[in-house]
Design a protein. Structure first.
Length: 244
């Protein structure tokens, strides 16, 4: 299909490209707005579902259509305000918890991973898939958790996880900004082959042409992070200044 035959598809391509470019260039500026709007929308949607579906089911007696609309409208407003306040807070805690879990598990695997793997996995077994060949019960009955050496490694891993969680909470905004930058880079990396085909005069076929380009993704991600660092690295914001 030519561009003249697919104006809607071409318009969607332009909109997606614009969104990706904005996220890549200005994710740090948009983080609070994105979290805020996500909170408004998620809270309103949740409140609407509760008011329209849940409340009439648990209420005694029959609720009229007008009553359901009233419940839904009231809970949409309440949910929107609750979501606006809670979603940004939950997102920052999610960043910290993810950093804690990942760092703890990574440190534990790097320190005692091989010995644990030898206890729970038998690659020379019956040829079962890896997931089926792992036996967690063997680890539980191995007495590994009462061994002083393992306990020391576990405490060290937990310490690393706590430090990583604290740092992630401290730098939650730059981390979430980097995630948004990655999202924008992914959108641009998907649109890049399509634009290349369009500029080469090829027929527009997004389903065949929109294959994500890894080099383009990395280029957009690094370039976007560099642009935002140059724009905000000298800000008085203690988070970004400390990160710089």
């Amino acid at each position: 299909m030519s561009l003249a035959e697919t104006p809607v598809v071409f318009a969607l391509l332009c909109v997606n490209t614009l969104i990706g470019a904005v996220l890549v260039i200005a994710a740090y500026d948009l983080t609070d707005r994105v979290l805020g709007w996500t909170g408004w929308i998620a809270g309103a949607a949740g409140g609407g579902v509760v008011g329209w579906v849940v409340v009439p089911r648990v209420a005694s007696g029959t609720v009229s259509t007008g009553g359901r609309i009233g419940f839904a409208a009231s809970l949409v407003l309440i949910g929107a305000f609750l979501g606006r306040g809670l979603v940004p807070l939950v997102a920052r805690f999610a960043v910290a918890i993810s950093a804690f879990l990942f760092s703890t598990l990574a440190t534990l695997v790097l320190t005692v991973g091989e010995s644990v793997l030898d206890r729970v996995y038998d690659p020379a077994g019956s040829g079962a898939p890896i997931v089926e060949a792992i036996d967690p019960a063997a680890l539980a009955g191995s007495g590994l958790f009462v061994q002083p050496e393992f306990q020391r490694f576990l405490l060290a891993s937990l310490f690393v996880g706590v430090v990583a969680g604290i740092l992630a909470m401290r730098y939650a905004d730059p981390i979430m900004s980097l995630a948004l930058t990655g999202l924008g880079a992914g959108v641009l990396a998907t649109a890049y082959p399509v634009w290349r085909a369009v500029l080469a005069g090829e027929v527009l076929a997004i389903t065949q042409q929109a294959a994500p380009s890894i080099p383009a993704f990395l280029a957009f991600l690094v370039g976007g992070a560099a642009v935002q660092y140059l724009r905000h690295g000298d800000d008085e914001d203690p988070v970004f200044s400390a990160a710089g």
